[in-house]
Design a protein around this ligand. Structure first.
Ligand code: PEP
Ligand code: MN
Length: 251
């Protein structure tokens, strides 16, 4: 029921992790009136350390579904294992493959066999060609609803968490018909750099943005440093409208 691609960039926002029913409800309530289409949030979290919060799993999927339905939002959430594809595809509108799993071919086959659209993040050390080949794993299983998310790559630069590869956006537009989404949160790792990177993505032709939003970033269970408070996000939406208009698009 929602087209991705074309004139209007699609906004996908929410916390890094779904922490509680109250948290996800409060965030959904704040972002829904701002033109956001998808509520994002991790139920299964791929953390670099096994000792960090791993997500609340299946219960978090239900909390997110309820909050999204209450405020007229759709759900995008990550699946980590091919064994969870069925459960995630049942409750989510859009199934996310995270950066760490971009070349998990068993998982790509599994989401390719499901009937849910797939949100394929770029591997942090992957070339554009490798990324497109991963998309082909999904497409060649008969699932043609695939979008690509540029979330920053690892370079020699350590000041930011990753380096946003803006080039990738117009390159993918040349090479592929698949929609391209920018993720300025993971690309920068710092909340005060997110707005500039988000505007750059829209100016470069991104079909949407995935942005982490949290009411209390200091207490977030993951990625607080790169999460925008709802009021900052509301301000960014206003700025994005001007950028979109300047490049012949609309938000
Ligand atoms: C996320 O979206 O919270 C996430 C884990 O992203 P990535 O796979 O890009 O690191
Ligand atoms: Mn995150």
């Amino acid at each position: 029921g929602h087209d991705i691609g074309g004139l209007r960039p699609t906004l996908m926002c929410g916390p890094c992790s779904v922490e509680s029913p109250e948290q996800i409800d409060a965030i959904a309530a704040r972002i829904a009136p701002l033109g956001v289409t998808f509520l994002r949030g991790g139920a299964f979290k791929p953390r670099s350390s096994p000792y960090n919060f791993q997500g609340h799993g299946d219960p978090a999927l239900s909390w997110m579904r309820s909050a999204a339905d209450k405020y007229g939002l759709r759900v995008v959430t990550e699946v980590l294992s091919e064994h969870d594809v069925g459960g995630v595809a049942e409750l989510a509108d859009l199934v996310q493959i995270g950066s760490r799993n971009m070349q998990n071919y068993a998982l790509l086959h599994a989401v390719g066999r499901s009937n849910r659209p797939v949100f394929l993040k770029r591997g942090m050390m992957s070339t554009i060609e490798e990324w497109l080949m991963s998309a082909e794993y999904v497409l060649s299983n008969g699932n043609y609803q695939v979008m690509l998310c540029e979330r920053g790559i690892r370079t020699f630069e350590r000041y930011t968490r990753n380096t946003l590869d803006i080039n990738a956006i117009p390159v993918l537009k040349q090479l592929s018909h698949l929609p391209v989404i920018g993720d300025p949160s993971h690309a920068t790792g710092k909340w005060d750099l997110v707005a500039a990177a988000a505007k750059a993505c829209v100016a470069a032709g991104a079909d949407g943005l995935m942005i982490e939003v949290h009411p209390n970033p200091a207490e977030a269970l993951s990625d607080g440093a790169q999460s925008l408070k709802p009021e900052k996000f509301a301000q960014l939406v206003q700025e994005l409208k001007a950028v979109a208009a300047a490049v012949g698009r609309a938000l």
